[in-house]
Design a protein around this ligand. Structure first.
Ligand code: NAD
Length: 454
């Protein structure tokens, strides 16, 4: 593939190894994003009516914050890191060098089409790699704009965009990359992992999952409802870390449902279709899939739709069965199942029914219960008494575990994942203890004490 060849040749010129070179490129990117911030909002709006507020907060400003942090810290992060030496090698100085992998491939999804293409790019460029981005074909206007921005900022041999669908993605995956960063579904994540395995290429896989949101009988119900509604119906439920379903203690179920309805109306008004703050489902196919999940279910609230606009209102569903369409896999849309639990075994039965989710939320004023949920179950990350906010602190790694992904990124973690940690010991020449060399004359009782020297 011509672009990969070009990038490999460029990488070998060693130009990306200079931190000053990376910084200049990142500053150009920062300038371009600031200049085109409105155009980015317009493109995403044209793709699926994402409200401008949401694009600014969760896409452009999010990425600009990442850039600001990287530009501030890159000198420190890129510097070889000194580690204390061991007695075994005395006298020496011991280091970790941060080495770029080389040619990086980034494959992005459609739901946060700008952020999920550009945030990993920032880490990869900061660490000194070359990058090819394959944005999602599902948001064509945004993909086009991403391509224009990258072309304006980077020479092609440093970073480039290859637009296209599944076939293009597969052609790219057939090549030998030095690192692959994929965000998308668990199903496609498996395909990516298989392709990477052929070349022993390291990967980060940012995947999805069925995220539980647990509300116990001590929770502050009105506040919980507000925070659940915000995180769930943001981007019309098409957020990888949105609550997928609510498990609520049976004592407070009625109260929570009333509060959820109230919060939805407070957020989007009685005529939710007319709300400028509510996005659309991405396309006809996804819309139809969501509609079919509602068949035969008891709708507690919402359920209105408009096929012409892929509009589905915020919808609450009562007690879907575990084997229903709604509870088979990730919903990824504005439908929230409400399921009552009585005992902790009920909670376990639901959570353990799925692979490890990307997020889990617990609303409770009982510390023991909070810690029990956090400590018992495995999941990517989460929040106590809130939803989604774990993504907003750049000091926290963002990623899944098991079925929801491999690896994490954001902030320094992004720099680290795109860097190979090269261990180097610089040995002094003024002393050369003879003990390690053959013929081995050291008595065995001394050899058995070597553990103290590591
Ligand atoms: P997707 O897996 O269908 O597509 C993602 C990318 O993979 C696209 O660029 C697409 O062109 C490519 N692709 C699709 N099929 C392919 C195939 N057979 N071979 C090779 N490449 C292929 O995901 P999507 O529908 O764009 O996004 C939704 C999913 O992404 C949800 O499951 C969601 O939870 C997940 N997601 C995860 C995160 C995260 O940070 N963990 C963020 C956003 C979305």
């Amino acid at each position: 593939m011509e672009i990969l060849q070009k990038q490999r040749e460029f990488f070998l010129t060693q130009q990306t190894k200079a931190v000053s070179f990376r910084k200049k490129a990142l500053k150009r990117l920062q300038k371009e994003i600031i200049a085109r911030e409105d155009a980015i909002c317009d493109a995403i709006y044209a793709d699926f009516k994402k409200p401008k507020f949401e694009t600014l907060a969760a896409e452009t400003q999010f990425v600009l914050a990442e850039l600001k942090l990287v530009l501030k810290c890159i000198d420190l992060w890129a510097r070889p890191e000194r580690k204390s030496a061991t007695l075994m090698n005395w006298p020496s100085s011991d280091w970790i060098y941060k080495e770029p992998y080389g040619a990086v491939l980034i494959i992005a999804p459609w739901n946060y089409p700008f952020q999920l293409a550009i945030a990993p790019l920032i880490g990869a460029i900061a660490a000194g790699n070359t990058v090819v981005i394959k944005p999602s074909e599902t948001t064509p206007k945004t993909s086009r704009l991403i391509s224009e921005i990258i072309t304006a900022v980077f020479p092609r041999e440093h970073a480039a965009v290859v637009e296209g669908g599944v076939e293009v993605s597969q052609q790219l995956l057939a090549q030998k990359w030095d690192y692959i960063f994929f965000t998308g579904s668990t199903r496609v994540g498996q395909i990516v992992y298989e392709s990477a395995a052929k070349h022993l290429t390291p990967v980060t896989l940012e995947l999805g999952g069925k995220n539980p949101c647990i509300v116990d009988d001590t929770a502050s119900i009105a506040l919980a409802a507000k925070r659940i509604v915000w995180g769930k119906f943001l981007n019309a439920g098409q957020t990888c870390i949105a609550s997928d379903y609510v498990l609520v203690h049976k004592k407070v179920k009625g109260q929570l449902i009333d509060a959820l309805k109230k919060s939805i109306i407070n957020s989007y008004g009685e005529d939710m279709e007319a709300s400028p703050d509510y996005a659309r489902t991405i396309n006809q196919k996804h819309y139809s899939g969501l509609k079919s999940m509602l068949e035969g279910e008891e709708i507690l609230f919402g359920g209105q739709s408009n096929e012409g606009d892929n509009y589905l209102s915020p919808t609450l569903v009562n007690e879907p069965k575990l084997d229903s369409k709604l509870m088979q896999g990730e919903i990824f849309g504005p439908i929230l199942p409400i399921i009552a639990y009585d005992t902790e075994e009920d909670i376990e039965r639901h959570i353990m029914n799925y692979g490890k989710p990307l997020a889990t939320y617990v609303f409770s004023n009982n510390r023991k219960f909070q810690q029990k949920i956090i400590g018992t179950y495995s999941f990517g990350g989460g929040a106590i008494n809130d939803t989604v906010i774990q993504i907003t602190n750049k000091k926290l790694p963002f990623g899944g575990v098991g079925a929801s992904g491999i690896g994490a990124y954001h902030g320094k973690t992004s720099f680290d994942i795109f860097s190979h940690q090269k261990a180097i010991i610089k040995k002094a020449n003024w002393l050369d203890a003879p003990l390690r060399y053959a013929p081995y004359n050291l008595p065995m009782r001394f050899v058995k004490m070597i553990k103290h020297l590591f």
